[in-house]
Design a protein around this ligand. Sequence first.
Ligand code: RP5
Length: 177
Amino acid sequence: DNHVEAQELSAVAASSDKPLVLVTMGSDSDLPVLKAGLDILKEFNVPYALDITSAHRTPKYMMKVADEAAGKGIKVIIAAAGGAAHLPGMISSETPLPVIGVPVKATHLDGIDSLLSIVQMPRGVPTATVGINNSTNAALLAIRILGAFVPEYQQAMKKYQVDMEEAVIVKGTKLRE
Ligand code: RP5
């Protein structure tokens, strides 16, 4: 059972002030998938807020959160959902902010359902879509967006890329030895 205690969720949320990124999800069962992305946001010192906004179980709350996000200083929204996965697209329909959807593997269709649901937005309502369960890339993309305006985030991203390159080169060197 992936469901976590609400207290645990709010403890994580309380650790952030003046969030730039809103990370929201359709259910607390999505939280384990988001953990890798949250770790990236922490690594880059990006303040974020966490929430649960189900497109189907809490539609009015979801729209309220989407409507108010920009006014609260949020710059990028990451939205994770599985199955019918309407959350990222619906949030995107109500905010002018960039929205990054994370398709969650949550049903017998192994996340293909979520991926296709999130990526197939109608013209006019763009929603960035990362790979199934790839919250790491959602967080990195959010930081790249912030980095276009905040030099520190862009510098940190460049360092991340250089470190990643070096790590692969070192592994290859070891294999060749
Ligand atoms: C979606 O349904 C959620 O995003 C989750 O991925 C999936 C299953 O939700 P639970 O039944 O585990 O709450 O809305």
